[in-house]
Design a protein. Structure first.
Length: 403
């Protein structure tokens, strides 16, 4: 273990927790959004992965030439590279062959060494561990969610929420989406540390998943930690076939409620949220936001309260992931076009689910009659397009919601 005189630079930032008038109106109570999309990597994963990497650097010594390895072509990979830049250390990201060229380009633009191999994540991760990490004595593996240092980093959210919500009279519930369980574990750890699981001011936790990416809910229903056979939901960033053991253990607490909804519900929540708040999120975040639109918060968390009693409750929803162009990671148009055209030529090219809410595309849709001649927006359509096309249309129209 190395000796150090000063800690490494911080790899995440404190994010605001703001009241959403639109969501509060829809839910019937006070909804606050913890804006984790403002993290350096535009994802809450900056906290957990950044903390894990900083802790590893302290353990080995600041003078040692640590090299970080991560096998995620998604937000975990972006968080790893972003944190590595802050810590001034190299990072190698190993991704499956079907990872979009747009994402590969983003990782490279951030300075990562990117290796594409394998047909799916497990093959990429196996190659990373057996061929790269095993041969690098300075290599450090960066897991996306199943590590105590990741949970510790995510727990910092609750410390911030405690301070931020104090002036609002406190809070009674936290809503989060669950993939592998890293954020969920951090939230529970933070609540326990702040006495919110044992005191008279207990905080409820609503753990949301989409059907087809519901490994936590499946485990709870089966009464044991369970691996689901495949991810069939469009909320691919919730796509862990099995949650962390610690997430399963936390789910047994009485303060925790696990709930699932359909892809369509999560997708429509993304559309409503884009209209209401002008913020574009993916369906993984839509799964949590949907609870404000569909009555779940009242019926599931506070079923015995009257409307007036429920209206006084404060609920914090973790806004975890944006989609489309990442903040601070602009990709030149020619890069998007080149990546998109090449992906189109490849058989089985990866496509991204999306909702199109564009007046031009829908100008021929029949509009229902209104007595007051109020303009009626066209109904959104759900389909798929290549991720490069999502980026292009987002920049041109600003009306594409990737889910």
């Amino acid at each position: 273990m190395g000796s150090n005189t000063s800690p490494p630079p911080k790899t995440w930032v404190e994010t605001p927790c703001i009241r959403s008038a639109a969501l509060s109106r829809a839910a019937g109570c006070n909804i606050y959004l913890k804006l984790e999309t403002l993290q350096p990597s535009s994802s809450f994963k900056s906290r957990g992965i950044g903390n894990m990497m900083s802790t590893a650097l302290l353990y080995h010594g600041l003078s040692k030439p640590i090299h970080f390895y991560c096998s995620s072509g998604g937000n975990a990979g972006l968080a790893c590279v972003t944190a590595a830049n802050t810590l001034q250390r190299p990072a190698t990201i190993v991704v499956p062959l079907l990872t979009s060229e747009l994402m590969v380009e983003k990782l490279k633009l951030l300075g990562a060494d990117v290796v594409q191999i394998g047909q799916h994540w497990l093959e990429a991760d196996t190659y990373l561990r057996e061929e790269l990490l095993a041969k690098d004595e300075d290599g450090v593996y960066v897991p996306p969610f199943d590590h105590e240092d990741v949970w510790e980093g995510n727990a910092s959210m609750i410390g911030e929420i405690e301070v931020q919500m104090r002036e609002e009279g406190g809070y009674e519930a936290v809503v989060c989406s669950v993939g592998g369980g890293g954020m969920f574990c951090g939230i529970m750890q933070g609540l326990e540390r702040n006495g919110r699981l044992e005191s008279t001011e207990k905080v409820k936790v609503l753990a949301m998943e989409t059907i087809g990416a519901d490994s936590l809910n499946t485990s709870i229903r089966n009464g044991e930690l369970t691996r689901i056979p495949a991810i069939t939901s469009i909320a691919t960033s919730l796509g862990a076939t099995q949650v962390a053991q610690r997430a399963w253990e936390w789910s047994q607490r009485e303060e925790v409620t696990s709930y699932t909804l359909t892809d369509a519900e999560a997708a429509m929540a993304c559309v409503h949220f884009a209209d209401d708040e002008r913020i574009i999120v993916e369906s993984a975040c839509g799964a949590s936001i949907a609870t404000a639109y569909n009555g779940t918060l009242h019926s599931v968390l506070f079923p015995h309260l009257s409307d007036d009693e429920f209206a006084r409750k404060n609920v914090v929803i973790i806004e975890r992931l944006p989609r489309g162009r990442e903040r601070g990671q602009e990709v030149p148009p020619e890069k998007c076009e080149g990546a998109d055209s090449k992906v189109d030529e490849e058989e089985g090219a990866q496509k991204a689910p999306f909702i199109m809410h564009n007046e031009t595309k829908h100008k021929h849709q029949e509009k229902p009659e209104c007595d007051d001649d109020t303009a009626v927006p066209p109904k959104p359509m759900i389909g798929t397009m290549h991720e490069g096309e999502v980026e292009r249309q987002l920049g041109e129209f600003g009306k594409v919601v990737q889910i």
